[in-house]
Design a protein around this ligand. Structure first.
Ligand code: ATP
Ligand code: MG
Length: 352
């Protein structure tokens, strides 16, 4: 009898700027895995600020429908964010995270040890809540007694804090050190951050958890001192869980510790869908020059595959990327090299 081998349908949303240059490299890396994963089928999908500028729409319904109804997973590039408010435009990545209920943004930041077997100096995962906090984007501007007054709403719910907390405990539980740090600022924002902190800390005693997280040690830190300690002694961190905005800032900061934003991957994960996404943005300063570092995107593909259970394929991608970095001969300019995006990709493909 023949074994019916299922395929893996992957939506590709390069969107803007260097997203268009790096997402094709992730596609090529996945294709190179051959039979380690089900046969990949790619579906090209539109979204982004450039699409909005041309067609008046940042996230076409068709893109969302195809992701929901046909795809097993997706890879997203990056969107340009206009620095001033543009009427009718809102970020498609924020909308996608909401519409697909991708409530966790998981960002591992790891330095590559100079010698195989040596412990990396930085080896942490930022688990960022992905659906609320200031990203609910309820802002208003009024003219008060002394001029303009702008306000923003910051939403923290018990439900979202609980599920991100659970995800963070799961991740910590699966790592050798099993250590979780809750990041907050509840000395100032005692109601919102207080709720986040208490809810996350309460996860191990939820009725359906049993003793599953007994092995996880938990600590907490104010976000400002967390940034300080991240730079002074990054090795104290294993898994960090944070509300949306702090998580965003912390993971960009952590990226600086490992050399370049161009190395740091992420996935947006929900209970039913996963979308890989490099942590960097559209990098307008280097877009179109074929010098964007493709490694964050290739690592995002690896994370996505790992999340779906294809750890063998994921390991091959990660190993190839680590070797290219460690060897240090073919690197893009952000890492001090002279290579083009395509040359780095070729090095990775050769090793896969
Ligand atoms: P956006 O508003 O889309 O986030 P940005 O101006 O903040 O755009 P980022 O993409 O966040 O730009 O990048 C910040 C800096 O890091 C830029 O100087 C950019 O060139 C650099 N950078 C980001 N990603 C990469 C990459 N993959 N390869 C090389 N350099 C990168
Ligand atoms: Mg940016």
């Amino acid at each position: 009898a023949t074994i019916a081998r299922q395929s893996l349908k992957i939506g590709l949303i390069p969107a803007d700027g260097i997203g268009k240059e790096v997402i094709p490299t992730a596609k090529a890396a996945i294709e190179a895995l051959g039979s380690d994963i089900p046969k990949p089928e790619f579906i090209d999908l539109l979204a982004g600020f450039e699409h909005f500028a041309k067609n008046g729409i940042a996230l076409p319904d068709e893109t969302v429908n195809i992701l929901k109804n046909e795809c097993d997973c997706a890879l997203f590039g990056s969107v340009s964010s206009p620095s001033r408010k543009v009427v009718g435009y809102s970020s498609p990545i924020v909308a996608l995270r909401k519409q697909l209920d991708l409530y966790a943004n998981i960002r591992p930041v790891t330095s590559v040890a100079a010698n195989p077997g040596e412990k990396p100096n930085v080896d942490l995962v930022v688990v960022r809540e992905n659906t609320e906090c200031l990203y609910v984007k309820q802002e208003n501007l009024i003219i008060g007694e002394h001029g303009k007054e702008a306000r923003a709403t910051r939403l923290i719910t018990e439900r979202a804090s609980r599920r991100i907390g659970q995800m963070a405990f799961e991740i910590a539980q699966a790592r050798p050190r099993k250590h979780l740090t809750v990041i907050h600022k509840s000395n100032v924002l005692s109601v919102t951050d207080g709720l986040f902190r208490e809810t996350v800390r309460g996860v191990p005693s939820l009725p359906d958890v049993g003793g599953r997280f007994d092995g996880v040690t938990i600590a907490e830190q104010l976000v400002d001192s967390a940034v300080y300690r991240l730079f002074r002694e990054p090795q104290i961190y294993d898994v960090m869980v944070a509300p949306n905005l702090y998580g965003d800032i912390l993971s960009d900061a952590a990226a600086a510790l490992v050399g370049s934003l161009g190395l740091v991957p992420s996935i947006n994960a929900g209970d039913n869908f996963v979308m890989g996404e490099p942590v960097h943005g559209s990098a307008p300063d280097i877009a179109g020059q074929s010098i964007a570092n493709p490694l964050a995107s290739i690592r995002s593909a690896a994370l996505m595959l790992r999340h779906l259970g294809y750890s063998k394929g994921a390991d091959r991608l990660d190993k190839a990327v680590d070797e290219v970095i460690r060897e240090g001969k073919v690197l893009t300019p952000d890492l001090g090299g002279k290579a083009k995006t395509g040359e780095v990709l070729d090095e990775v493909l050769r090793r896969i």
